[in-house]
Design a protein around this ligand. Structure first.
Ligand SMILES: [Zn+2]
Ligand SMILES: [Zn+2]
Length: 125
């Protein structure tokens, strides 16, 4: 006997959707093609907006944490870790979302959970 299955629900029992990433893997801005071999420089400092510690993704409760808070990018620019994006943006921020995976990566130096509803990235190795 087959039980009736509900349609796919992204957040069962209120659990936030979770993805996994490596905050120190190489990343490239999709707008200006600037490349960071050791990952997003904004991730090397703690975030004052959501309290995310250094080397960890942002922790906004609302999710979407594959992108850092605007203030984290801004702080990194102030500390000269990051330049403003010269691509076509309205806010000068680089487009450099973390690559998302379905499960933790064993070989990652910094394998961190990301609270987001975004699908797994297509560009992961
Ligand atoms: Zn943040
Ligand atoms: Zn850029």
């Amino acid at each position: 006997m087959r039980r009736y299955q509900f349609p796919y629900i992204p957040t069962p029992r209120g659990r936030p959707p979770m993805r996994w990433t490596d905050t120190q893997e190489p990343t490239t801005c999709r707008r200006c093609n600037m490349h960071w071999e050791d990952g997003d420089p904004a991730l090397t400092i703690a975030c004052t907006g959501c309290g995310g510690p250094a080397d960890e993704p942002c922790r906004r409760r609302s999710g979407g944490n594959e992108r850092v808070c605007a203030c984290r990018d801004e702080a990194a620019v102030q500390m000269e870790l990051l330049t403003r994006c010269e691509g076509l943006t309205w806010d000068g921020r680089h487009e450099k979302p973390l690559l998302l995976r379905e499960r933790p990566i064993a070989h990652a130096l910094m394998c961190r959970s990301v609270r987001t509803g975004a699908p797994v990235s297509r560009w992961t190795s």
